[in-house]
Design a protein around this ligand. Structure first.
Ligand SMILES: C[S@@+](CC[C@H](N)C(=O)[O-])C[C@H]1O[C@@H](n2cnc3c(N)ncnc32)[C@H](O)[C@@H]1O
Length: 419
């Protein structure tokens, strides 16, 4: 029985602290998918340029170079252990560069896996090559293999096609390198981007499936799994990285942070507003604090409302996204250029009543309220139904804006009255 280092409240994210070679043996469970970002064994004192400074690119003791035989022994062992933990129709993904990927591919074949694809992840924003004696390193490889030669694997073909402008998804993925927005809980030297992991998970699993990462680092795999409503178990030997993983997962309990992350991820954006904006995950229970006269779910300001249809009352929860001064201004500027004929100046625009909700916080959409109860601690528990987005406009501008800070209602009023 493995001792868990951390378990999320709803048990969908489990983390074990220790040596993967020992702990994998102790797992008595089989997974739908495995993603592994093993040591690439490339930390040999190389240098690179970061923010104008020459820095050593060594990742840590765990990534120090090994000779080919040692590397093969390492890869054979963890890949053998992982195969035992994979369901018969399950698949495994392994990332790497030329340093380790050929060794991994050979081991996979020797162990009886069947290689399905080798994805080339082309970074849209690779770091510069300061020696100017080689081509810029702008790619990494991700091998996708299934456990058994003869047992069919899962591939969400239609979804991948949808993500690729209705054309077959190819094995070259142009996705950005890690962004600053992904490092809110500290830095891992080889943290993978959420965009890459999200694509992988969406391509071959269903909601609720179990995913394993035997070298979980800061648990990007787990965070992407949570964002896609899958379940995750990770193993990591460094306590610092386990703490980082825990902080990253706990951050997702804030629905605003979760929504913010989703809005940065290429495939969620492409999936269209209805899926992208399903911020609270559809029919989940949410809890809203009743503070003064507004119901507040940080960072969304929400407002329940009622609609009469054929004598029947239907209740909705309207979600506002609160914006900073800068964001409001950017939005106003946008509108100032669009509406100058009817409303002459920005000042007037700021006072215009139809813009008030946008200054206060843009309206994101309505959730149908299926049920609501008030608990003893005066929290209102809503069970939400269908989500109907109200405006796409914000989302186009949103990408250009910095993450928000919360404006209180009186601050919003003050901002609006400034004119
Ligand atoms: C390449 S990093 C993974 C980074 C991860 N994909 C992320 O996005 O944060 C490899 C991780 O494996 C861990 N590691 C290396 N050898 C290990 C072992 N034998 N058992 C458990 N973890 C190990 C390292 O501490 C490191 O954090």
């Amino acid at each position: 029985m493995i001792e868990t280092y951390y378990k999320s409240q709803n048990n969908d994210f489990l983390l074990a602290h220790g040596d993967t070679f020992q702990l994998l043996n102790e797992f008595s469970f089989k997974f739908n998918m495995i993603f592994a970002d093993p040591p690439y064994f490339l930390s040999n004192g190389g240098i690179s340029l970061q923010s104008g400074k020459v820095v050593c690119v060594d990742k840590g003791e765990w990534d120090k170079g090994r000779n080919p035989e040692e590397m093969k022994e390492f890869n054979m062992e963890w890949l053998r252990l992982c195969r035992d933990k994979l369901r018969d129709n399950g698949t495994i993904w392994i990332s790497g560069t030329y340093h380790n990927i050929f060794s991994v591919a050979n081991c996979l074949t020797e162990l009886g896996y069947k290689i399905l694809n080798v994805i080339t992840w082309q970074k849209t924003n690779p770091p510069v090559n300061i020696s100017c004696r080689f081509f810029t390193y702008s790619t990494e490889f991700i091998i996708w293999a299934r456990k058994c030669e003869k047992v069919a694997h899962k591939y969400n073909y239609e979804l991948m096609k949808k993500l690729n402008d209705d054309k077959q998804m190819t094995d070259v993925w142009r996705l950005p390198a890690i962004g600053r927005w992904e490092k809110s809980c500290g830095k891992h030297p080889t943290q993978k981007p959420l965009s890459v992991l999200t694509r992988i998970i969406l391509s071959c699993t269903d909601k609720g499936d179990w995913i394993l990462d035997p070298f979980s680092g800061s648990s990007t795999t787990g965070i992407a799994a949570s964002l896609c409503d899958r379940r995750f178990a990770g193993i990591e030997q460094s306590e610092t990285f386990c703490q980082m993983s825990k902080a990253r997962r706990e951050e997702l309990d804030n629905v605003g942070v979760k929504a913010d992350l989703k809005r940065h991820i290429v495939d969620f954006k492409t999936l269209g507003s209805s899926e992208q904006l399903n911020l609270f995950g559809g029919d989940n229970d949410i809890v809203c604090e009743n503070t003064s006269n507004i119901y507040e779910i940080l960072p969304f300001d929400t407002n329940p409302m009622v609609e009469q249809t054929e004598g029947k009352e239907k209740f909705f929860l309207t979600c506002y996204v609160r914006r900073t001064d800068e964001e409001c201004e950017a939005f106003m500027n946008h509108h100032a250029t669009t509406y100058t004929t009817t409303l002459k100046s920005k000042t007037k625009l700021a006072k215009a009543t139809h813009l008030f909700p946008m200054v206060k916080g843009s309206v994101d959409g309505n959730y149908e309220i299926l049920d609501s109860t008030i608990s003893e601690d005066k929290k209102v528990h809503f069970t939400l139904g269908k989500y109907t987005p109200l405006t796409d406009e914000w989302h186009n501008i949103y990408d250009k804006m910095k993450p928000w800070e919360l404006l209180k209602e009186d601050e919003c009023r003050e901002l609006c009255s400034k004119g």
